[in-house]
Design a protein around this ligand. Structure first.
Ligand code: NAD
Length: 240
C-alpha cells in the first residue's frame, strides 16, 4: 500500500526535522526548506520542495508545484516554517516586518488555500499550523512574530468553520499547535539570562524537546484524534 503524503515546511532543522524523523515510517514526506541543499536527512523515499517563503514569487511557485506534483495523494500539511527577528518595534525595519508576516502568516495561509481545495475533492485531510505560546501571552521584542502567530490561531478556527460550510460528510481537520520554549536552533539564540527567566515561568521546570512536539503532532494526524478540529493545542510544560 502506498503511504499517504505529508508536507512538512521548514523540515531542515529543529521542530520540522524532529517531526520528519517521527513521521518517516508511516508517511511519504514532502520535505520543504528555503534552499534544496538544506535538506540533508531523510531524502530517500521522500520528496524535497524548496522555496524562500519571504519571496512572493517563490511562494506562489511552491503552491503551484505542490498542487501539480503531489495534489492527488496529499493527506496532510504541517505549516512549520517560521522566523523570528527580535527587536523593539520602533527599531524594526519595515522589510523585517514584511518578512516575518510573509513567512509566519501569509505562507501558511497560501499553502492552506492550495490544499483545502485539494482536500475538498476527497473530503479528507489535515492541516496543522505551528503557532506559539506568544500568540496568547504576547512577548516584548516579538510583537510582529506574536501577531503573526496569533493570526494563525484565528485563521485555523475560521477555516475549520469554513470547511463545514463548504463540504458535507467531510473528514477535513484544521488545527494549530502552540509550543512553549523548545530546545531548537531558534531558541539557542536566546541569551542565557533570558532563558533563566523563562525557566521560572514553566511548572514542568525544564524546556521542551522537539521530539515532544513531534509526538503530539503525530497523534493529531492520526485517526485517534479524529474529533479534534479547529483547536489550538498548547505544548508548553504549563508555561504562564
Ligand atoms: P528553526 O529555526 O530550527 O527552524 C525554522 C525552519 O523554518 C527552518 O527549517 C527554516 O528553513 C524555515 N524557514 C525560515 N525562514 C524561512 C523562509 N524565509 N522560507 C522558508 N522557510 C524558512 O526553528 P524551530 O524552533 O524548529 O521553529 C519551527 C517552528 O516552530 C517555527 O514556526 C517557530 O516559530 C515555531 N515555534 C518554535 C518554538 C521553539 O521554542 N523552538 C516555540 C514556539 C513556536
Amino acid at each position: 500500500m502506498t503511504k499517504p503524503k505529508v508536507l512538512i515546511t521548514g523540515a531542515s532543522s529543529g521542530l520540522g526535522l524532529a517531526l520528519a524523523k517521527r513521521l518517516n515510517q508511516d508517511y511519504c514526506l514532502i520535505l520543504h526548506a528555503s534552499k534544496e541543499e538544506n535538506i540533508k536527512e531523510l531524502r530517500e523515499g521522500n520528496y524535497v520542495l524548496a522555496a524562500d517563503f519571504s519571496n512572493p514569487d517563490e511562494l506562489n511557485e511552491f503552491c503551484k508545484k505542490l498542487k501539480k506534483d503531489h495534489g492527488d495523494d496529499l493527506f496532510a500539511v504541517i505549516n512549520n516554517a517560521g522566523i523570528t527577528i527580535d527587536k523593539p518595534l520602533v527599531f524594526q525595519p519595515e522589510r523585517d516586518i514584511d518578512k516575518m508576516l510573509m513567512v509566519n502568516l501569509k505562507a501558511p495561509i497560501m499553502i492552506t488555500k492550495t490544499v483545502i481545495k485539494l482536500f475538498g475533492l476527497k473530503k479528507r485531510g489535515v492541516v496543522i499550523q505551528m503557532s506559539s505560546c506568544v500568540a496568547e501571552t504576547g512577548n516584548a521584542f516579538q510583537s510582529v512574530y506574536s501577531a503573526a502567530k496569533a493570526g494563525l490561531i484565528a485563521f485555523t478556527k475560521s477555516i475549520a468553520k469554513e470547511v463545514a460550510n463548504l463540504y458535507d460528510n467531510h473528514r477535513i481537520r484544521v488545527l494549530s499547535v502552540s509550543p512553549g520554549f523548545i530546545e531548537t536552533p531558534m531558541t539557542d539564540a536566546v541569551p542565557q539570562t533570558e532563558k533563566e527567566k523563562y525557566l521560572t515561568m514553566i511548572p514542568a521546570q525544564r524546556f521542551g524537546k522537539p521530539e515532544e512536539v513531534a509526538e503530539t503532532i503525530a497523534f493529531l494526524l492520526s485517526e485517534k484524534a479524529s474529533y479534534i478540529n479547529g483547536s489550538n493545542i498548547d505544548i508548553n510544560g504549563g508555561l504562564f
